[in-house]
Design a protein around this ligand. Structure first.
Ligand code: SF4
Ligand code: ZN
Length: 134
């Protein structure tokens, strides 16, 4: 069962695009990656063994809303490579802390997602540069 289909994911309010894997596979994959990172961080740093603590759930809900409204849609870069940076300052700092901690651990705990994230980062950045014109 994938992250997106898990019973726990069903408790997260459905959004317009990020949960629609058939039409927005890139957004759905990014949602799964962010969720995996937030879970690693919450488990290890906040001692949360099932689900997320209140603060991490708030961050996850915020990140899901940002993904749902991402101006790039299926062409989105990784958020770390984004020139728009749609997160507010507080949430950007929180998600950076999560990624700093969980990023290096993803390769051991979610190797497929980690590899796809690396591939998405390189490929999407090139596509964005081309779209930005000469
Ligand atoms: S930071 Fe950039 S890539 Fe990430 S959701 Fe916002 S606009 Fe999209
Ligand atoms: Zn937490």
């Amino acid at each position: 069962m994938s992250e997106i289909d898990s019973p726990q994911a069903a408790t997260i309010p459905r959004t317009r695009r990020a949960h629609d894997r058939s039409r927005y596979p890139r957004l759905a994959r990014e949602l799964a990656t962010i969720r995996a990172m937030v879970r690693i961080h919450c488990h290890d740093r906040h001692g949360q063994y099932a689900g997320l603590c209140t603060n991490c759930q708030r961050l996850m809900d915020y990140a899901t809303r940002r993904l749902d409204r991402c101006v790039f849609g299926n062409d989105k870069p990784t958020c770390a490579n984004c020139k728009v940076h749609c997160y507010n300052a507080e949430m950007r700092e929180e998600i950076r802390a999560v990624m700093r901690y969980a990023g290096p651990r993803m390769i051991w705990r979610h190797p497929v997602l980690a590899l796809r994230h690396v591939i998405d980062g390189g490929r999407e950045a090139r596509e964005l540069r081309r779209k930005q014109g000469p």
